[in-house]
Each structure stands twice: as structure tokens, then as C-alpha cells.
Write a protein that binds this ligand. Sequence first.
Ligand code: GLN
Length: 564
Amino acid sequence: MARFDNTKFIFVTGGVSSSLGKGLTASSLGRLLKSRGFKITMCKLDPYLNVDPGTMNPFEHGEVFVTEDGGETDLDLGHYERFIDENLYKDSNATTGSIYQTVIAKERRGDYLGRTVQVIPHITDEIKSRVKRLVMNDVDFVICEVGGTVGDIEIVPFLESIRQFRSDVGRENVCYIHLTLVPYLAPSGEHKTKPTQHSVTELRGRGIQPDIIVCRSDQPLPSGLKRKISLLCDVSIDGVISAVDAESIYEIPINMHEEGLDTVICKLLNIDTNDHPIDLAGWKDMLDKAKSSQKEVKIGIIGKYVNLPDAYLSVVEALRHSGFKHGVKVEPVYIQAESVIDLIDSHSEIYTGDFEQPVKSLDELDGIVIPGGFGERGVEGKIAAADYARVKNIPCLGICLGLQVMVCSYARSKGGLTDANSTEFNPATRNPVIDLMESQSEVADKGGTMRLGSYVAKLAPGSRVFELYGDEVVSERHRHRYEVNPNFHSRLLEAGLIFSGMSPDKKLVEFIEIDNHPFWVGTQAHPEFKSRPDRPHPLFVGLIYAAIDRSESKSARLIDLDTV
Ligand code: GLN
């Protein structure tokens, strides 16, 4: 049972322009309401036709965020989890594609008893049921972000659904937030409200009067302008919230609180704020610590999607969280995997397409992450980076594909298997140290063969990962098809590779590491999805700790040279 008689629903729409930060606004509101003691869940309705983002190219859509229950979801869910610190579900992300899939499957089964199946009411009912389904485990609030921009063709069924929602669950239980852009025109020296007015008119045309307008702008909105928006858009003055660009995304909840966003939500939903005082002390402490960090460590991300940093969003956030803990700023350095070999060989500046390599040598880095990925391009570069990090004592964390390339590199240089490879990249290799498991290779449909979601691993007492996690049994989220090939386990162990974590049946390698190295650790899972700003993930904590060490000994060496 929820604490209220009824769960409250907050819908967040966006207007004027895409990429205004609806996800971060929604997440920040989630954090504020959680800090008032409420139980929150969040969801995203996405107007595209893909059934889920699992098949989408990271170049186009950024990373795929994996939930505990194996949902392949929009990257905004990563922000939600990081801000509200609650696990979400596969069901927390619904796309037009998945909604139509459900409705069409019902139609084929005859569930509609011969009636004509239409957008209204069948699609809209399905959309509403996706949101209502999330009311469980005592949730007080469901915060639901509608993807896309008001005015888009595809968004219309979603707007109709959230409009109907209010009369379905009671007016006093629903609140609409509309996020818009208020541009500043330098020549006239003014903020312009016209785009906001048009966007609200468009929303009203769909039957939704926003209760709150969050205005993105590069400078705080003067009070006169707030009054103008209030008057012209028919929103109370305290419902006009100014959202200026923040230095760090984690400051947005504080800014939104200062603007009164959570207070006005409580007022609109008849919640007495005195009964639910806010406690942001922990969050503020974390921010203070983050802001006070002077030192910087450079962490190279050896990837293939480096032109679109959103492809590694959770990895970068996880690195930052560990930086907060250690009091250092983490500078992510995106390195095009394809050119790593040149970078190692020539130590010269390399250009790959329109991507300028940000370092001249991997030696400049304090640490390296080899993140997950699919497909052959850049793999040899990643293997070379893993090898270089091992030989040159550069702290290195391999994630999923990262573990797999570490194993290939180790098998080649220490195991005498010079053509060791993954069958994903060379199906004909004589030494397939990474391969599909039998159960997987038999399934023709690749979409159905991934190991997805949370799996448990048992860590080896005394290992680096055991020490970092401080636990023997750990659970991490997975998203991959290939595994370390059991036929090569003994060969790799003999060569000195440590399997520091295995699946409970001991068949699958979950973690690897080596001795006598500052940090050379790989995991078959995706630890980045479980890192939180105030609770960084142990593996990233270990990497950043080793990176700080490297950076300090580098500067000590430089001081030494100076004094010679
Ligand atoms: N392509 C590899 C596999 O499918 C790794 C996947 C990943 O890094 N997420 O096993």
C-alpha cells in the first residue's frame, strides 16, 4: 500500500527543442521527492518504433542501459537510477514498438473479440496500463518522462494517454510538467518567451494544461519574465521554474529545490511539506567533496563509439562517482580503439576520420578502461591496449568485451597462443579463447541469445576483487553472448591468469586479474550500471585509487627530475 490513498503521477513532457534535459529534470525531481522520504519509481515512454533500444546503434542513441531484470533500456533510465538510487525494471521503459507489439499480439490471439483495433482506445489503453503497472512496492510517486518533443507526430498517442490519465486516477493525483527553452537573444539583450508560449499552446491543443513549466536558459530568468510566462501560459508564478545550465548534473536537484520545484509539486498534489521535510545533507556533502577536488586523473576510454560520448555514459559517470569519493576530478579521455596500435608504435598524433586522438601516448594516461562493445572494428587496438597496460603497469579495467580482449591479449603473450581470439571476430581461429557457449550457438536468432540482467558470481578469497567488494558473493548486470571458453581455462590458469570470480557452477569466468600489477582487472559484467554518485562501484573505486597512485608517482618522478 502506498502511503497516500492513491499513488501520485507526475508526467514530464518537453517542448521547443530536443535534448533539453527532460531526463535529468525528471531524475532531479525524483531525488528531491526521495529526500522528502517518499518512495519513487520512474519510467520513460519512448515514441520510436524499435521494440527496445537493444538493437539500436550506440552512435545514434547512446548506450543501452541494462536493468537488474535484463531490460535493455534507454540511457535516461541510467540517470533515473543514479539519482533516485532505486532499481528500475524492463517495464520502466516502453516504446511505441513494444506497445504496438503487445496490441497486435492481442489482436492476433482474438482478445479484442472481433472489434476494430484502433489507436484510441487500444494503443492509449496499453500506454496507460504500462504506467499503472509500475504502481507496486508501496510507491508514492511514479515520475514518467515522455520522450520526444511536443509537436512531433509520433508523440500524439502518448499525450492523449497522459491526458486521459488524470480523469482515470483523479485530478488530485496527477501533475504535468513541461520543459521548454527560453533562449537569450544577445543582439536585443532579452530572453524570449515566444517558443514557450507556442509549445504550451501545442500541448493545450492536445488537451493538457501544464501545471509547472521548467524553463531552460543559460542565465537565470528575471522575475518579470517568470510573471510573463505565468500570465501567458496560465501557470501559477511559483510553477515557473528557472533551470540554468549546471556545472555538474548532480547539482540540478539542489538548483531545482532552490527554485521550489518540489515544494510546488507538493502544493499541487495536496501534500503538506511540514509532514515531509527534505533532507539533502548527504547529497550536498557529496557535491561539496566533488567540488573541492583539485587533483585530476586522466582515464582513457578505449572505444569504438568515441565520437558520441553518450555511448559510454554510465562508464563515465561511474568513473566520476569514484572521483567524488577519492576527492579527484576524473577527466575521461576518449581514444579511438582503431588507432591504438599506431599510438603505441609511433607515439605520434594520430587522426582517425574526424576524431583527433587526444593523447600522444597511452603513457600519458593514469588509467585505462576498455568498455563493452560489439563487432570487430577496433578490437585489435583494444587487445594492444590491454597488453600495453599490463606490460607498462598502467591501471586497467576491462568491462565485458574489455575482459574478453584482456583474455585474448594474455593468451597471446603469456599463454603462447599467438592467434588467440574470440570467435566473434575470427570464427576460424585455432585458439578460440572466447567463444559462444553451446547453448547459445544453437540458437539462430541472435536477439534471443544474450546473457542479460543480473547474475551472481563467487569471488576468490584473497583476490583483488574480493578485497574491493568486501564480499564473496556478488551480483552484477550482464549483456553479452560470448564467454571465456572452458576448453582454455586450464591453459590460461597455467599461464598465470587469475580467475578471481566464477559463476556459482564454476563454468563461467566472471572476473579476471593478475598478480604484481597495480590494477589489471576484467569483469564479464557491466559494473558501471550499478554505480551511484554517493555509492561508487568498488571496481571503479579500485581503478581510480590505482590511477591516483600512478599520477602521484609520475609527478614525484617529475619533481625528482627537476631537482637533479
Ligand atoms: N561482444 C561481446 C559479447 O557479445 C561483448 C559484449 C559487451 O561488451 N557488452 O560477448
